[in-house]
Design a protein around this ligand. Structure first.
Ligand SMILES: Cc1cc2nc3c(=O)[nH]c(=O)nc-3n(C[C@H](O)[C@H](O)[C@H](O)COP(=O)(O)OP(=O)(O)OC[C@H]3O[C@@H](n4cnc5c(N)ncnc54)[C@H](O)[C@@H]3O)c2cc1C
Length: 1005
């Protein structure tokens, strides 16, 4: 055993000895909390229900509501406590007022376990007690998630007030160790950066810094005047780089450059923590003044894992607990070895991590008064006491705030304390041996290269994990957290800018065709700017295209589906290669913000890959039933010539989705993209040409819908029409396709996706932090021009005032402008006609309802519509019933859930809907009763992901098909069954194969 390890063990044993000398419960408040924690650790289902109940409780005010939720969360418990819980619930129902308050009191007790005080006055009682125990403090202001600039300003004011109060109240307090006191001011404030700016966007760190720095300077200035210390806490990975940049930017300014009392957090669970810390140390040396680093493992482990899995990103956190422990020790060494410039604070409750820091500091000859240990309020009290007894500097992290905003903090602590991997649980609940707890983490890391240690990252931060064979793994989104990805997007925008204004031909039968007329596709941000000129097809070209597609059909339909699948996969590869360029083009041609544009390209890639996968599943003739003496195989033939008419709002994704579904099923295709996004349509043609699509199989036909669109729809040789667009055109196509023309071979199949008037309901117990942010995104993301966008917000009476206040403030904080700027979330609407139509609706809204909010400061040039919110909207009015397709939201108040659902279901449409609630019973009702093709609970109602959220509606929203779903390809084929009697004179083979390829249509010759 190494010398250091021996010393770590000696130190650790000493801490344990001291801990055992003063036996006290792990958590300062025993009773109810201890009981709940013990049960949670034994029963995972109970734990989930308990944490969810705790999460909602603070928003419930009436005793009956509390008891109702208690019943909903716990009535179906399957553990041994079921009878007890049932009896408790029954009793609670008898006197809900009393039991509701009792429950609230108990759970408040749990929260008080971790929250040091309700307000600045209240927290002083705790701080004085700790002072007497030789423990210092850092104070953190708890708050709701900040969703608007008004809320951010309030947080800044609260920070200043708290500072003033603490400094006033602690005047005369001295350093507990009386040594090196100049490094450790008594008053220490921990600041959450995301609480100071509501529009933090990972793609735009510069914007974040530009907004945050002016808000922070007055706080920092005052802290310095008062002799206080300010620490920047670290939050999720998406905020890490801006927080680091902000820290380095501010504290190099002449005003703060020589101020040593500033600190930042390093999270050891991050794979890139070491690199960041080196960078900080180098920065500190250049700056020439000390600064502090609080080293922690990190509080968002579960969140980071979930988020990266959902988006196909490499997980930024280590996946094995000992890796985080080991990294913590590595970073401990870095901090201590650079003690001349950085003051270390070790934020951990883990005795091994603490003992290691102690042993290493001794080995390096660093006096114990020159660094500190920081522990959270309400946790590991005996460890704090032991450290004080050993003569170390201890500071407690004390959250201050009300119960409601404190809930998310409480849930994080509950998770931490019941985590299977956590030190506290191992030591104080599972009674793991001390020797085990003090083991060197290096020995515990699983070195197996297939184990979780390996963090699989491609160059741009995408995950390279391989999915299980039976599920479709989506193409990753670009993660704009990484600077290199921001840089690529910026470069692509500059590159595409130089390419604008080119001419694009019609493509028929592989030939490029120019006509006399062109369509100019313009940039909606700057309508004088032409993105490209596209040759305009007329009737003669339409006729040629149909003939080419018809001629090519014979061969293409006989091409093996595997060949067709590979064509789609090659197209996806090309999209991936040209990904940034395509996104940049969307910024110019249709005014999409960066992340929206990237989402569209990702979806297009997904359609290629998903439909290829689906085709492989249905491509082979499959035995229908095992029956002796006879075999029947079902399989699919393509329908013929497909006409694809696509909209401009998802210019690549929807076009690609309908096209690839038709192609991979063996149809030949004519694409007619929307005029407004015809250049992106030309790009899809280019991509398929490069991928090797045979002549005539795919034909690009830009032109006017009213001319060639109508002509092609009516054409006797067009067998299938895949359309996404307005209700008006959709219904016309549906009607026209119902007529059989002379010479027509097939009944025309129409795949028709139209609009929506989508509702989001906010229930009275909803988490407004989420509901407001997601509703704003659903209503104003891509300027409200998604068919899935929320255009009606139905809010229950009880929560209405608070929800509306936060919603209006959040809308006022959105960035409206040129989407080339990554910080912009709301760009222009698509064209002059849309601009005019939406403004007319806004005028109608002013007659029908109350204009509650309208942005004043939108750019004068370009087709910008100010985000607009109407309240007091009656469900029967035009603005509540008709599709507006712009950044206009109608808010309707509902008495109760019955009325809310009735209103939600009252339009002609049934596309998407959202529901925010924390009541399991109400969630159950919404799932069953809301009339929409895609119902989303507790999340935005836009952003369907291929394969995960098959997308499409019914009623006047569409024919009931689901793009990106398992049954979508079936719309593009005709099914066929071939049955053969295989009995000969009473004799038949015992087995029949599951698949037969022999008679794939048309028969092989
Ligand atoms: C004073 C103080 C301030 C803090 N400030 C911040 C802050 O600003 N930002 C922040 O993010 N955190 C912060 N934390 C850290 C966080 O809140 C947790 O308290 C801390 O991570 C718990 O670690 P531990 O060493 O006490 O316990 P341990 O039980 O040793 O470690 C638990 C931690 O290990 C990590 N972990 C768990 N499972 C795995 C796994 N499978 N693979 C890899 N790693 C895993 C997680 O980070 C988890 O929290 C702070 C902690 C303290 C004490």
């Amino acid at each position: 055993m190494g010398e250091l390890q021996a010393e770590v063990e000696r130190r650790g044993e000493r801490i344990f000895e001291l801990v055992d000398e003063h036996p006290e419960p792990l958590f300062s408040k025993a009773g109810f909390y201890q009981g709940m924690m013990a049960l949670s650790m034994r029963d995972e289902h109970f734990k989930v229900q308990l944490f969810r109940f705790v999460d909602v409780l603070a928003s419930l005010h009436r005793g009956t509501d509390i008891v109702q939720h208690l019943d909903e969360y716990f009535a179906d418990m399957r553990n041994g406590y079921r009878p007890l819980i049932r009896t408790g619930v029954l009793l609670a129902k008898i006197v809900p007022w009393i039991s509701g308050q009792a429950l609230r009191w108990n759970v408040s007790g749990m929260a008080r376990q971790f929250i040091a005080g309700k307000n600045p006055e209240d927290v002083m009682k705790t701080l004085r007690k700790r002072r007497a125990q030789g423990i210092g403090f850092t104070v953190d202001l708890l708050g709701e998630a900040v969703v608007s600039e008004k809320e951010a300003a309030e947080y800044a004011t609260r920070c200043l007030d708290l500072l003033e109060h603490l400094c006033r109240e602690t005047r005369g307090w001295t350093d507990p160790l009386g040594k090196n006191a100049e490094l450790f001011p008594v008053v220490n404030l921990s600041v959450k950066i995301s609480a100071l700016y509501s529009q933090m966007n990972p793609a735009a760190p510069t914007d974040a810094i530009a907004h945050l720095a002016p808000k922070l300077r007055p706080i920092l200035r005052r802290a310095r005047e008062l002799g206080a210390f300010v620490n920047f806490d670290m939050e999720s990975f998406a905020h890490k780089n801006p927080t680091l940049e902000l820290f380095k930017t501010l504290f190099i300014e002449s005003e703060f450059r020589d101020w040593p009392h500033v600190g930042i957090v390093s999270q050891a669970y991050l794979g890139d923590a070491e690199e960041d810390l080196w960078d900080l140390i180098d920065w500190g040396r250049k700056r020439g003044t000390r600064f502090a680093v609080r080293l922690v493992k990190g509080a968002y482990w579960d969140y980071e894992k979930i988020k990266s899995r959902q988006n196909g990103w490499a997980c930024p956190v280590f996946l094995q607990k000992p890796e985080s422990d080991l990294n913590f020790e590595l970073l401990t060494r870095m901090l201590l070895e650079n003690e001349s410039i950085v003051t270390a604070a070790f934020g951990s409750h883990n005795v091994r991590s603490i003992a290691h820091a102690q042993a290493l500091a001794d080995q390096l000859g660093i006096d114990r008064s020159r660094f500190e240990f920081q522990l959270l309020y309400g946790m590991a009290g005996p460890v704090k006491r032991a450290l004080v007894e050993m003569g170390y500097r201890v500071r407690e992290y004390c959250p201050v705030g009300e119960l409601l905003p404190g809930m998310s903090y409480l849930v994080r602590r509950l998770l931490e304390n019941t985590s299977n991997e956590g030190f506290l649980r191992a030591k104080f609940s599972d009674n793991v041996s001390e020797a085990q707890l003090l083991r060197d983490p290096a020995e515990l890391v699983d070195q197996n290269p297939n184990g979780a240690r390996h963090i699989d990252v491609s160059g741009d931060g995408a995950s390279l994990d391989t999915p299980p064979g039976d599920t479709y793994e989506n193409a990753p989104l670009v993660n704009f957290v990484y600077e290199q990805n921001q840089e690529r997007m910026r470069a692509a925008i500059e590159h595409v800018r130089t390419q604008l204004g080119q001419k694009y031909p019609i493509v028929i039968n592989g030939e490029k065709i120019w006509t006399d007329k062109t369509i100019a596709s313009i940039n909606p941000t700057d309508p004088e700017h032409v993105v490209g000129h596209v040759a305009e097809a007329g009737i003669p070209e339409a006729e040629r295209a149909v003939k080419a597609a018809r001629d090519a059909f014979d061969k293409w339909s006989r091409t093996s589906f595997e060949t067709r699948c590979r064509l789609l996969e090659r197209a996806a590869d090309i999209m991936q290669r040209r990904r940034y360029e395509l996104s940049a083009l969307e910024v110019f041609e249709v005014g999409k913000a960066w992340a929206e544009a990237d989402g569209d390209i990702r979806e297009a890639m997904d359609f290629c890959l998903f439909y290829a996968q689906q085709m492989r599943l249905i491509g082979r003739p499959r035995l229908t039933q095992h029956v002796l003496g006879e075999e029947s195989y079902q399989h699919y033939w393509p329908r013929g010539v497909a006409l694809v008419i696509s909209p401009w709002n998802f210019p690549l994704a929807i076009l690609t989705g309908m096209t690839t579904a038709a192609l991979v099923a063996g149809n030949t295709v004519i694409i007619k993209p929307a005029e407004q996004s015809a250049v992106i349509g030309a790009m899809l043609m280019e991509i398929f040409e490069e991928a090797g699509v045979p002549r005539g199989v795919l034909n690009y036909m830009p032109g006017k819908g009213s001319v060639i669109g109508a002509h092609l729809v009516d054409h006797k040789d067009v067998d299938l029409i895949a359309f996404t667009g307005s209700r008006e055109v959709g219904l016309r196509i549906w009607e026209s396709a119902g007529k059989t023309r002379e010479g027509q071979r097939e009944l025309k199949r129409v795949i028709c996706e139209m609009g929506g008037k989508n509702a989001v309901i906010i229930d009275s117990d909803a988490d407004l932090d989420e509901a407001v942010v997601d509703t704003i995104y659903s209503a104003f993301g891509y300027q409200g021009q998604k068919c899935s966008a929320c255009s009606r917000l139905i809010v229950l009476e009880d929560i209405y005032p608070r929800a509306i206040e936060r919603l209006l403030n959040a809308a006022a904080s959105l960035h409206v402008g040129n989407p080339e700027d990554p910080s912009v979330t709301v760009g222009p609407v698509i064209d002059g006609a849309a601009h005019k139509r939406i403004l007319e609706y806004i005028d109608i809204g002013k007659q029908e309802a109350r204009l509650a909010f309208q942005r004043a400061d939108v750019p004068a040039k370009g087709f910008f519509i100010p985000p607009t919110i109407f309240t007091n909207v009656s469900p029967q009015t035009k603005i509540a019933c008709e599709e507006i397709f712009g950044p206009v939201l109608s808010v309707i108040k509902a008495r109760d859930l019955d009325e809310a659902i009735e209103i939600a279901n009252s339009t002609d449409y049934a596309l998407t809907a959202g529901f925010f609630s924390r009541s399991p019973a109400n969630i159950g009702r919404a799932k069953a009763e809301i009339c929409a093709g895609n119902v989303y609970i507790n999340r935005s109602c836009t952003g369907a992901v291929v394969g995960r959220h098959p997308f499409g509606g019914f009623k006047m929203s569409g024919g009931g098909t689901k793009a990106g779903g398992a049954d979508y390809l079936l719309q593009f084929v005709v099914p066929r069954v071939v049955t053969e009697n295989i009995t000969r004179h009473g004799f038949a083979p015992e087995t029949t194969p599951q698949y037969r390829d022999e008679f794939l249509w048309p028969p092989r010759r």
